[in-house]
Ligand binder design. Structure first.
Ligand code: ASP
Length: 360
């Protein structure tokens, strides 16, 4: 049985893992990460897109893998000592926000006017409490401010200067806009604007004078996705989800994507937690994260099946690129994406982690 479980887990990084159902009338689980009540685990993503081996060097791959591994370990340490899934997903996302290669926090992409506008959301599956922020330009760790909106205000979402003023009052770290300037993302904006025959905005006077020395995956510079996210199940059986992003390269300033829209890019309930990455407009129109959880609840399908229906069928039919990570209350998880690759990883209750990038 144990061997069978490991064998099934080993296939997890192709696309999805066979999973159980959250509905009591449904068939028993085919794979459980750990025995219910004692198990915990976490799944993360660092964005989905046209990520292939052919376009990645060993050095770049090592950089991505190292941060994904560090993010997983950060969450694991919290879960292992009995901390909440909420603490774990927040801390994990912060690690990826601080890494310049992901499109969140420090490595956020540029809007069409050459600024960085960040969105984030977090949700506690146990209580259905949620917090989100959109369009902030100075917050170092948007995921923590989203959590503050959830826990320290009566609201669910705050935007732009209002969100930042709230963050300042609470002592959240603010950074100059130049903190978010990376040469790779700036060049990506140039290419996107050139493709549309549009002029480039002036380089911010505060931008660092030379290259930041970061070698990003080529597609990372041009592709429009790259959000980070985490879902976790803690020892107490509670689920949480968190997602953070710079949005899409060359988005119109003021555009808000799916990430901070509760139910679209981020959702958690007592039975299901989802974090998404991809072309946000499609994820908003299809209420992707909630739809996956709702299908489990209302139709009794497994988490994996629900994710497949939404990501591999519904979104594909519409041309909505991207993927999701999700966990259910039994610890089953899925990493389902319809793009060539998705930066992703999983860690189980024994601290065994796996990180993957490509489809195969
Ligand atoms: N979903 C994000 C957005 O549309 C982008 C991404 O996932 O990379 O803002």
């Amino acid at each position: 049985m144990k061997l069978r479980r490991l064998a099934l887990l080993a296939t997890a990084f192709g696309t999805t893992v066979p999973l159980s159902t959250a509905c009591s009338s449904a068939p028993p689980p085919t794979v459980a990460v750990a025995p219910a009540g004692t198990g915990f685990g976490m799944v993360i993503h660092g964005g989905a897109g046209t990520i292939t081996r052919a376009t990645m060097t060993d050095e770049m791959e090592a950089q991505y893998r190292a941060v994904l591994e560090q993010a997983l370990r950060t969450g694991y340490e919290i879960l292992e000592r009995g901390g909440s899934s909420l603490d774990a997903v927040e801390a994990t996302v912060r690690v990826m926000e601080d890494a310049p290669m992901f499109n969140a926090g420090r490595g956020a992409v540029f809007t069409n006017e050459g600024r960085n506008e960040l969105d984030a959301a977090i949700m506690d599956g146990r209580t259905l409490q949620a917090g989100a922020i959109a369009g902030v330009t100075r917050v170092r760790n948007p995921i923590s401010l989203a959590r503050a909106v959830m826990e320290r205000s009566p609201h669910v979402m705050m935007i732009r200067e209002g969100a930042e003023a709230f963050g300042r009052e609470l002592g959240h770290e603010m950074v100059p806009e130049s903190y978010f300037f990376t040469e790779n993302r700036w060049n990506a904006l140039r290419r996107a604007l050139e493709a549309e025959g549009l002029p480039m905005p002036d380089r911010p006077t505060t931008a660092p004078p030379s290259d930041d020395g970061l070698t990003l995956h080529e597609d990372d510079s041009d592709r429009k996705f790259g959000t980070v996210g985490a879902v976790a199940l803690d020892r107490h059986g509670n689920l949480a989800a968190a997602t953070s992003t710079g949005g899409m390269t060359n988005k119109r300033f003021g555009r808000v994507g799916d990430v901070p829209i509760i139910g679209a890019g981020t959702y958690a309930s007592p039975g299901c937690a989802v974090s998404a990455t991809g072309h946000g407009e499609f994820f908003i129109r299809n209420i992707v994260a909630y739809d996956i959880c709702a299908r489990m609840t209302y139709t009794g399908v497994s988490l994996d099946r629900a994710a497949h229906q939404v990501v591999m069928q519904r979104l594909v039919e519409q041309g909505g690129d991207g993927g999701i990570i999700a966990m259910d209350a039994a610890g089953n998880y899925t990493m389902t994406f319809n793009s060539a690759g998705m930066y992703r990883g999983y860690i189980d209750a024994q601290g065994r982690s796996t990180v993957a990038i490509y489809r195969e």
